[in-house]
Design a protein around this ligand. Structure first.
Ligand SMILES: Cc1cc2nc3c(=O)[nH]c(=O)nc-3n(C[C@H](O)[C@H](O)[C@H](O)COP(=O)(O)O)c2cc1C
Ligand SMILES: CCCCC(=O)C(=O)O
Length: 390
């Protein structure tokens, strides 16, 4: 019998009979406010902030909120199974933790704590290139759990080649290449405080520990950390890259490659033509292009364009179990969760991240059951008001 994530609610109610109440909110949309109180202004603004006046981040929520679920009745939902197969991997539920860099700005245990939480709950963890902990150390913290690596595609080919080799060696099996960040978006909250973690050497651990990166420095990192930071800033992103450059990644990575940040169906087709395995429909949580399309509004068109050729994942704005359900109804195979788990980490370390995952999946399980479904496979556009089943 598959695990019923919804049972988490009975655990909470039973705990309440013994006088225990949850340490963190059960409504994940309340985490941001609490975390903002807990964190210093710089880190709080960095995590919660977005591009421009926040219009893309708002569009993400509006796009998800606009869709409404139309439940079905009397369909025997007593036994449910949330598991899905994504990129040839069996996942217990259609959720993974999105790559989020610089986590030491919110909690001293940083990425290893988030990775351990993901491993404990069985959901994949996508480690950011911009992590505050070298990828090998994070891998060690996870045992044999499913781990994916997110690549920021450096200007320097040797550094990219070295990152791919290290990631392979450390057991990361899926490569997620983020394409929407060749330059940093215009982020007023950070600009107003002149706060950028990288300039303080946070989020540079994978680079500073990399032999190819170090080979490009005149002096060792510890002798001239400022020069190392500047070297990092100069090669971190590459706005000159074009589609044919993907051949280099395909050549140096044997496993699945997923392109993150795709919003236009033509880009999704180009990804398929380039031999990629999947895309993440995402606008980086509204942190890059201001005035951008709500990510959920771009999802169905991408699925229509490449759903038969590529695995389509989704992120940006997911806050609740019903958001997960809606993303599946719009054609995603699974979603990535961003800021909510970062707030969980900020508020209660590994336990906070586990709390967030358990709440999200309990809510998703209940949404599924109460809408008349036993498994993600039967969720389609016909579950939404105005939609028709395929
Ligand atoms: C603080 C922060 C750091 C991030 N760092 C990365 C990163 O290093 N690599 C990446 O691909 N995406 C990064 N993202 C974007 C997330 O992977 C994801 O696309 C986004 O958070 C999803 O939106 P949501 O926060 O609304 O769920 C970051 C997001 C935040 C909030
Ligand atoms: C250059 C940005 C690196 C981290 C990141 O992706 C983010 O803050 O959104």
């Amino acid at each position: 019998m598959a695990k019923h994530w919804a049972d988490f609610q009975y655990e909470i109610y039973l705990g309440g009979m013994g006088g225990a109440v949850p340490r963190l909110p059960m409504d994940l949309t309340r985490l941001e406010e609490l975390a903002e109180h807990r964190l210093d202004a710089g880190p709080a603004g960095y995590v919660a902030g977005s591009a421009g006046n926040g219009s893309t981040a708002r569009a993400n929520r509006e796009a998800l909120e606009r869709h409404r679920i139309v439940p079905r009745l009397l369909r025997d939902v007593g036994e449910r199974d949330l598991s899905v197969e994504v990129l040839g991997r069996a996942l217990p539920a259609p959720v993974a933790l999105a790559p989020v860099g610089v986590l030491s700005i919110v909690h001293p245990e940083a990425e290893p704590a988030a990775a351990r939480a993901a491993a404990a709950q069985g959901v994949p963890y996508i480690l950011s290139s911009a992590s505050s902990t070298p990828m090998e150390q994070v891998a060690e913290a996870m045992g044999d759990a499913e781990r994916w690596f997110q690549l920021y595609w450096a200007k320097d080919r040797e550094v990219t080649r070295s990152f791919l080799e290290r990631a392979k060696g450390a057991g990361y099996s899926v490569l997620v290449v983020t394409l929407d960040t060749p330059l940093l978006g215009w982020r007023p909250r950070d600009l107003e405080r002149a706060y950028l973690p990288f300039l303080h050497g946070v989020g540079t651990a994978n680079y500073f520990s990399d032999p190819a990166f170090r080979a490009g420095l005149d002096k060792p990192v510890h002798e001239d950390p400022n020069a190392a930071v500047l070297h990092f800033a100069g090669m971190f992103g590459d706005p000159g890259k074009t589609w044919p450059d993907l051949a280099f990644l395909r050549e140096h990575w044997d496993g699945p490659i997923v392109l993150k940040g795709v919003l236009h169906p033509d880009d999704a087709r180009l990804a398929a033509d380039a031999g990629m395995d999947g895309v993440v429909v995402s606008n980086h949580g509204g942190r890059q292009v201001a005035g951008g399309v709500g990510a959920a509004d771009a999802l169905a068109d991408v699925v229509r364009a490449v759903g038969d050729r590529l695995t389509v994942l989704f992120d940006s704005g997911v806050r609740t179990g019903d958001d997960v359900f809606k993303a599946l109804a719009l054609g995603a195979s699974a979603v990535l969760l961003g800021r909510p788990y970062v707030y969980g980490l900020a508020l209660d370390g590994q336990a906070g991240v586990e709390h967030v995952v358990r709440c999200l999946l309990a809510e998703f399980d209940l949404t599924l059951a109460l809408s008349g479904h036993r498994a993600p496979g039967s969720v389609d556009a016909g579950c939404l008001a105005g939609g028709t089943s395929s």
